[in-house]
Design a protein around this ligand. Sequence first.
Ligand SMILES: [Zn+2]
Length: 253
Amino acid sequence: MSVRDHGPSATGFYILQPIDGDRVWGYFADALPVRAEYAPPGGRGVCPGCRQALGSCRWRLPHRIELSKAKYGDFVWGAGIDLLMSAKALDAYRAAGLTGIIEIGPTIEVVRVGSRKPEALKNQPPEYHEVIYRLDGADLDDELSHARRETVPPRCKVCRMNMDSVKGVFFKQGSWRRADIFGALGLPGKTVITEPFRAMVLREGLVGNEIVPAERYWKYREPYASGFHLCDPQDPGDSEVWFPPERNLPVVM
Ligand SMILES: [Zn+2]
């Protein structure tokens, strides 16, 4: 297994996630920041409603990590980290002319892989960088996406930083800012990519990730398993809320 791809999306959008949606204990290595210090949130956009900086605290330099195992993906997730990409993935992203990444951190120092120093391993980790992308790249259509936010109601109706569940990811008409990788208002903690980004991942053979068509992405309240379900329109239970094809039109043409 290298990349898990579920085929084309009717809307042109996809969720990029660790395989099975698990940020830790996954098939590929996850990253743990070492002796990390954090700064207030910033640099990922500002909520037009409450004017608060979007996203979590920023990871200060220097960037040092432990990797959980010597099975290296081109996309790496971890606690306290938005997303890491390998130098190979970043080169492919640039060569493809994709957009959305607004900051690329310096080379990350890998201080440990599993229980070992990386120098002791035959299989050396690739060069990794933190990537920062905007979190206001689109605005979730709560109604179409069956979004529920009851457990901890969000303080702001615009950024909606709390989410219990969604059944499908659909954006409000005209809200997409045309980036190829982004986060969306109302969809906290999720990375969205476009068809050209997915094509780049598949063409270059980038590994360590799962690509889910946005309209088939169902998310349940954590901490139950990974909280992720791939909607199957043929399944009677799923098809109750599955939208007919005419509802799956691209949100921006
Ligand atoms: Zn807000």
